[in-house]
Design a binder for this molecule. Structure first.
Ligand SMILES: Nc1ncnc2c1ncn2[C@@H]1O[C@H](COP(=O)(O)OP(=O)(O)OP(=O)(O)O)[C@@H](O)[C@H]1O
Length: 212
């Protein structure tokens, strides 16, 4: 099984600038791909397109040869940099956690999620604690490809290491495909087996003039 992006082009509404142009990318289950590049080069935009959050201006994203499902649980899930922006602040954590599936107690123990946190509001957890929920809620067995968009950037180094240990453990156990979006080459080298530099992948956009 694989996630495939074919000739992806993207510009934000109202802007004539190509953010992405003719980007091709394939990630197979079990493979860990790092997408590396400086700030502002379109990494998060591509992550959102690959996960189906944004529609490309042209090109297609295919999961196992078919478009991503428009409804229901998607096999391609994404975790973002800022967990506080990824959860509904009006939902208690138990609801946040079980929106897509019912995580089993073993996973919650593995993720270090404490029972007492379930009745709290998102604002009553630290960034690291909240990020654990954001990770656990997308680790259903139906998830086949996980996109991690700068998931540890705002955490201290100890929490970063813990979070990555947990994610990689589940990724190995579930044979997930992974795309690790980062500007940190050292992290990419540590957690991934293939590295793609976005400026190279997206050179058509960098070379192009604005859209006609
Ligand atoms: N909603 C939006 N509307 C208009 N332009 C946007 C929007 N979101 C992002 N951009 C622009 O698109 C470009 C790429 O942004 P993107 O967030 O994908 O980059 P990035 O490589 O992920 O950056 P960073 O590493 O800083 O997160 C930037 O120039 C940004 O200003």
């Amino acid at each position: 099984m694989q996630l495939e992006a074919r000739k992806i082009c993207f510009n934000y509404a109202g802007s004539s600038k190509w953010i992405l142009k003719d980007v091709d990318l394939t990630v197979k289950t079990g493979e860990r791909l790092a997408l590396v590049g400086p700030s502002g080069y379109g990494k998060s935009t591509l992550a959102k397109i690959l996960a189906g959050y944004l529609q490309p201006s042209a090109g297609t994203v295919l999961w196992d040869g078919s478009p991503l499902p428009k409804r229901g649980y998607s096999p391609v899930q994404v975790i973002f940099q800022h967990p506080e922006l990824s959860v509904d602040p009006r939902w208690k954590m138990s609801k946040v956690l079980t929106e897509g599936w019912q995580p089993d107690p073993e996973l919650l123990t593995l993720m270090g999620i404490e029972d007492g946190w379930m009745s709290r509001w998102p604002a009553e957890l630290s960034g690291g604690e909240l990020q654990r929920f954001c990770i656990a809620r997308v680790l259903s067995k139906e998830t086949k490809c996980l996109i991690c968009d700068e998931i540890s950037t705002m955490l201290d180094v100890i929490t970063q290491a813990q979070i990555w240990q947990l994610v990689l453990r589940v990724a190995s156990a579930n044979h997930l495909g992974m795309i690790v979006v980062t500007h940190n080459m050292a992290l990419a080298q540590k957690v991934c087996d293939r590295i793609i530099e976005l400026p190279e992948l997206n050179k058509a956009a960098l070379r192009s003039a604005d859209m006609p």
